[in-house]
Design a protein around this ligand. Sequence first.
Ligand code: FES
Ligand code: MG
Length: 586
Amino acid sequence: DTHPSPQHATAPDEAAHGIAKGLPDYGDRGFSLFLRRAFIKGAGYTDAALGRPIIGIANTASAYNPCHGNAPQLIEAVKRGVLLAGGLPMDFPTISVHESFSQPTSMYTRNLMSMDTEEMIRAQPMDAVVLIGGCDKTVPAQLMGAASAGIPAIALITGAMLTGAHRSQRVGACTDCRRYWARFRAGEIDAQEIADVNRQLVASVGTCSVMGTASTMACIAEALGMTVPGGASPPAVTADRIRVAEQTGAQAVAMARSGLTIDKVLTARAFENAMRVLLAIGGSTNAIVHLTAIAGRMGYDIDLDAFDRMGRQTPVLLDLKPSGAHYMEDFHHAGGMATLLRELKPLLHLDALTVTGRTLGEEIERAGPGFAQQVVRPLERPIYPQGGIAVLQGNLAPGGAIIKQSTADAALMEHEGRAVVFENAEDLARRIDSDGLDVTQADILVLKNIGPKGAPGMPEAGYIPIPRKLARAGVKDIVRISDGRMSGTAFGTIVLHVTPEAAVGGPLAHVRNGDRIRLSVRERALTLLVDDQELARRASAHPVVAPRADRGYRKLFLQSVTQADQGVDFDFLRAPVTRARLPASG
Ligand code: FES
Ligand code: MG
């Protein structure tokens, strides 16, 4: 045997970092390292390069994902930052998920992306990882995966698209998409105009330009301390965004050197800060599901009642569509998250650590004093007095439901009406536009079987369209209830995430046409006015069989996916709940 002994070839500390990190121990570590070095030298690296801290860069570029269309420039800038700081950048591909190009729904593939991210971080030698994400499901998937992988990790947001203009009216995806489409459905604009506006809604690469899920998760990533300061708001095509990328690369090297692992950042206090920010930005309802999933990876449960109490003390300050008037680029011009966090300071845990190694409070100080601007309101003059999201309880949703009250019609938030029931998405598609549909504005539309297992993947079908006959009559809003989600860019009096879902036999499964339902956002109540005995009778007469599949990812999904109150994560990916329920101080 001419090999040197493994112990001799690989000093114990060498195996802990750089190219030797995670080296398999099959009895001859020296040879394993020798092979690894030989193969990577095929790419032209020198030993000097390979001796540096290695920074993985999760590359989510894809022709199917224009929200990540700037990924090549971002990677170049991250690499520059890594090299300037003395590290070695190594980009690697992972799954990329775009909202419009992921069947049956992007949420179905979020957990797959999180597993891909986690396992590629584990599999490949890296001392820290930069996560390039932007489109709705990508940032949560990456944070979930990185939380489980446990190494130093930093999020790099791709950034929002620019706004466009249609006949001199400023437009951006996709609150305006919905507004124009609703006008087209109502017969107010013609086919030519809807085709014209279609070219202007997405004016550049980048993520949706309003406070949809992508922007919400960008703000949440910064609030969690997972981005460099100011990492949330620069639009995708700006110089500021490229500079953030360079800083991110340099910061990743510093984190690798100091051993700033993700568990030091994703603490209870960081999650509470993120929940505050979600409420104060009028953020997407999807974010509560994603935050629940990320927190679940760290061993925390989310207490929806406590989140609701937190919401009663957290006004909406950010004046962005769909709750307000502006777009992400305006938020950036107004100072971005520093401006918001400065206003929100009395409600935040300022001692939460960020990826810079400094606390959130220190970063707010370093950002300097504020300046006059129109996008972030002061605490005393909010655009909505409570948080954007309210949590509802009642016999229709024993595990809770939510409503984005900041975009709901005040006149409908206290409402009792007759249920008009659709059994599933196909039933809805078949009947919603028929002139014979027995529906009035005072009714409540109920859509079943679009929950985590029902559709499957909990699609954003909770934004049930206004029945065409009502739309033509000028109706703009109607109470809608489902076990699904809705896009963060959508608006209306829409109850979502009814838990447990219909497909697993939740009470929603047993609602019938003509039942009376009462919604009281003031009382946080969602009540089916049918007595328990009758509901039990219906349940035994029509037992629900949860959907199953015979093979592949769909089988895994249907076996393992949890309900909305558990983040729609897979049960086997969550950490054992060993920590407090959050928010603890709600
Ligand atoms: Fe990607 Fe909206 S579709 S962020
Ligand atoms: Mg969306």
